[in-house]
Write a protein that binds this ligand. Structure first.
Ligand SMILES: *[C@@H]1O[C@H](CO)[C@@H](O)[C@H](O)[C@H]1NC(C)=O
Ligand SMILES: *[C@@H]1O[C@H](CO)[C@@H](O)[C@H](O)[C@H]1NC(C)=O
Length: 149
């Protein structure tokens, strides 16, 4: 029984282990998200000062998260991936990663109310925003491997 549980856990973790994208994969994500989500200059301007990002800008960012396999419209955030991402923030940023992970875990929900995926993601985002700089800090994580040269 114990062995079975261990084997099942190993299978589960190896199947879901998140990794940063390759540089090439990331470039494809960029092309796709830039094409699909044109953000007007007015919205970009608004995004600089608004308490919460305008939905148009947020949807574009969510496209990147989806491309990185950190967000799935039916499953929500990839918890393992998000934790790996937070841990990948460079040490020189001096960020207390454990507290960022705590905020993340506190803010996510399993959408038992069945909201539209964008609203579901936005709800989590607002909670990140209300609890500090998590959303900004996520931008400092490693989404893809730097190209070798
Ligand atoms: C999201 O999760 C569902 C259910 O597991 C899966 O079928 C689908 O392929 C995933 N979508 C993406 C874009 O990975
Ligand atoms: C997930 O959803 C169910 C209802 O579908 C709810 O009872 C449960 O508390 C939720 N769990 C979390 C961690 O939000």
């Amino acid at each position: 029984m114990k062995l079975f549980i261990i084997l099942a856990l190993v299978a589960l973790t190896s199947a879901t282990k998140w990794k940063p994208k390759t540089y090439k994969e990331w470039q494809e994500v960029e092309v796709k998200c830039e094409e699909q989500h044109k953000v007007s200059p007015e919205i970009k301007e608004k995004a600089k000062t608004a308490r919460y990002l305008p939905k148009e800008q947020f949807e574009k960012n969510l496209c990147y998260m989806r491309g990185a396999e950190l967000w799935n419209d039916s499953k929500g955030y990839n918890v393992d991936g998000m934790i790996t991402l937070i841990k990948s923030i460079p040490a020189e940023e001096n960020i207390d990663k454990d507290s960022q992970i705590d905020i993340f875990m506190k803010c996510i929900d399993n959408n038992s109310e069945g909201s539209h995926p964008i609203d579901w993601a936005y709800r989590g985002y607002k909670c990140f925003r209300d609890n500090g700089n998590l959303y900004t800090n996520l931008g400092k994580g490693k989404y893809y491997e730097e190209p070798e040269n």
